[in-house]
Design a protein around this ligand. Structure first.
Ligand code: A2P
Length: 332
């Protein structure tokens, strides 16, 4: 396939290059696009230097566009790219459009059928949540879900990571900590504010977790409440999750289900200090799940903790997995 990456210099764009290479995706030609600021820089792919191009107007000369350059750019250009290419869009611009499939390949690959050249890649927090939630939902019927997140700086892109590193250095040197990407200084802080506040008091990030979980799982009866918090880590989003199920559930039963779930690593041996961590989940394709225990509030309730590399399963890996589905004859 001829592949184009829009946002090739960004945090997700860089991971897309690595994932395409690592998974041996059949790339016959690679075109890399970013803003005019980056035009002429080169990037190494499969031992060759490839020049970054300023994004042109109009359709792109590729079979598949992997877009990760923000919502406003996608809103404007994705329909144009979709005239000639299949677009896998990492932004939230089209995720809630009923005509646009929102895909996590392990969960709803079948929803790709009949796509109209525009496919949405989910919000990173949601992608990581549903990897653990969906297999449990299938087994026990999830009714209500309460999530608190611990989201890393790279969720805000490359500038978020840079701001955390520079701010931490400034803090340790006793200098003022600057913040531009985040609404408050992030070093040695936690910020319960990601994306804009909505009329109901939730942030848009928190509402995305509800909307997208229901769409991906294909079940609008599952209720979800999320508190999204930015924490001073570089990568990996972690989430503390409480689920009330329709049917009786046991810790052993949940472990059994999750140990067989694709894309999930059960890391649940607290006696040996083994549980999901950003340290161990960084750079990993699979999402780690652990700290599984019976919830003390709900009758059929479970608590667990999940850590997933949001630049990978929450973005680049999931996008490439969708592109892999396009190689299969049933995809359209
Ligand atoms: P550039 O590096 O040239 O600014 P991140 O999410 O890590 O912040 O990355 C955003 C990505 O989107 C970068 O690759 C950035 O390129 C790209 N980008 C931003 N604005 C545009 C634009 N107007 N046209 C094309 N690419 C853009």
């Amino acid at each position: 396939m001829k592949v184009g990456i829009v946002g090739a210099t960004g945090a997700v764009g860089q991971e897309l290059l690595k994932v395409l290479e690592d998974r041996n995706f059949p790339v016959s030609e690679l075109r890399l696009y970013a803003s005019s600021r980056s035009a002429g820089k080169t990037v190494r792919f499969r031992g060759k230097e490839i020049a970054i191009e300023a994004l042109p107007e109009g359709p792109l000369p590729v079979d598949v566009v992997l877009a990760s350059a923000g919502g406003s750019l996608s809103k404007q250009y994705a329909p144009v790219w979709a005239q000639k290419s299949v677009v896998i869009d990492n932004s939230s611009a089209f995720r809630y459009d009923p005509d646009v499939p929102l895909i996590v390949p392990e969960i709803n690959a079948q929803a790709l059928k009949g796509h109209k050249n525009l496919i949405a890649n989910p919000n990173c927090t949601t992608a990581i949540l549903v990897m653990a939630l969906y297999p449990l939902h299938e087994a026990f019927g999830a009714k209500r879900v309460i999530v608190s997140t611990y989201q890393s700086s790279s969720g805000a892109g490359a500038s978020g990571m840079q701001e955390l590193l520079e701010g931490t250095r400034a803090y340790l040197e006793g200098k003022p900590v600057q913040n531009k990407t985040f609404v408050h200084p992030l070093p040695f802080n936690v910020i319960p504010h990601i994306d804009s506040f909505q009329d109901n008091g939730y942030t848009k990030e928190e509402m995305k977790v509800l909307w997208e979980t229901q769409k991906i799982m294909g079940d609008s009866s599952v209720k979800v409440s999320c508190t999204a918090v930015r924490v001073p880590t570089l990568r990996v989003h972690s989430e503390a999750v409480t689920v009330e199920f329709d049917r009786p559930v046991s810790v052993e039963g949940a472990r059994e289900v999750l140990s067989q779930a694709p894309g999930v690593d059960l890391v649940d041996d607290p006696a040996n200090k083994l549980y999901p961590l950003p340290y161990t989940a960084t750079g990993k394709y699979n999402v780690e799940v652990g700290r599984i225990r019976k919830n003390l509030v709900f009758d059929n309730g479970l608590d667990f903790f999940v850590s997933g590399d949001q630049l990978l399963k929450g973005a680049a890996l999931n996008a490439v997995q969708i592109a892999e589905l396009l190689l299969e004859p049933v995809a359209k």
